[in-house]
Design a protein around this ligand. Sequence first.
Ligand code: TYD
Length: 136
Amino acid sequence: MINNCRLIQLPQKSDPRGNLTFIEQSNHIPFDISRVYYIYDVPENGERGGHAHKGLHQLIIALSGSFDIELDDGNKKRVITLNTPTEGLYICPMVWREMNNFSGGTVCLVLASNLYDESDYYRDYQEFLTAVTELK
Ligand code: TYD
């Protein structure tokens, strides 16, 4: 499953006035967007994530600043640094993620395929491991 997660390069329009990046759902991301949220004011040494989703697809972008995301599908782990607004990390369902090493002033934008639903979360790592093992 971790192999289905990937970095997606986003277009950038540059001119003397600055840069502009856009995201079109059928052209750049493999799901329809139902929800957008953003994470900001993360304290020094702050950690986010610490969960997996049963059915949610997401695209995560460092709009400003940088942070690391560790992906874990119960079999393999991979750490990815996000540090540019022209790159999005696509995360498919059933992938545990931990986010840390946030630089000061980071703004993390998340595009999500569904509305917020707490029952879509695994927040317990052992429960996630059991579920992901049963899928294999
Ligand atoms: P959580 O998903 O744990 O944040 P993160 O993945 O960034 O660590 O969400 C934090 C809190 O916000 C939690 O109480 C659920 C709530 N929440 C919503 O109400 N709506 C949302 O769209 C999201 C993402 C979270």
